[in-house]
Design a protein around this ligand. Sequence first.
Ligand code: GUN
Length: 291
Amino acid sequence: MQRLEEVTDPRVIDGRKIADRIEAEVKAEVERVKRKGVEPKLATILVGEHPPSKLYVKLKHWACRRVGIASEDHKYPRETPQDEIINLIHTLNERSDVNGILVQLPMPDHVDERDVMSAIAPEKDVDGFHPLNMGRMLIGREGFVPCTPEGIIRALEEYKVDVTGKNVVVVGHSNVVGKPISIMLINRNATVKTCHVYTKNLEEQTREAEILIVATGVKGLIKKEMVREGAIVFDVGITWIDGTVHGDVEFEEVLEKASLISPVPGGVGPLTIAVLMEHTLRAAKLQHNLL
Ligand code: GUN
């Protein structure tokens, strides 16, 4: 019953609906490039047995199938040496039939994710984690940007939110979400404050936010009293407990104050995957001079 209320409330961002539209556009364009002899393909790499990561990779392959993008799945045991993963990436970089390479994070502790990301050819870096693409993003140049932050931007555009001059508070400073969304919103002239685990008096900060973006992985971190009346709230946190997924925001109580809120699940998650499909298509087009 609650789910039905959630999805029909106009304040609740329907990420699945926006993602479906993006995927429909990708599918049509994939058909067009296939008629020109280009078959877009994504290769994923998963190291270890982290159950949520296995699920996310599976969801990415399902999305590929929906939009007509070919995909291949490289799975390695947890203890695989870093060199072996980097060698695979070099092989995939060389293969002209592979357009996009995605290494699912987190990697096991003995692997330095930065070394792995740096090994991906920037033009195949559909996740936008290569230092060159990160640097391009920093200076506002075109490149691949991380998919989740781009998904948030797409949702803001969808709801016609002008971020210019808005007070944005980002909670979480990861390379995957917190840092890139902060930069992308600064590039759009928002006033951005990035908070994290060492921030003093988090509530004082979050209460100032006209747009609050939370990506910490701490279940239920954000309570009603931490949110400004009328705020736009993006919950990017995911915590799995006994097969159920939870966000970083106490959804029900924060909904009482928010003018717009992304739920977990069904908010930013589907957008991340739809954007990945767009990036893989764009990578294929770039590599075949179709852009
Ligand atoms: N782990 C959590 N989010 C992401 C993501 O967007 N891309 C990859 N590769 N791994 C992740």
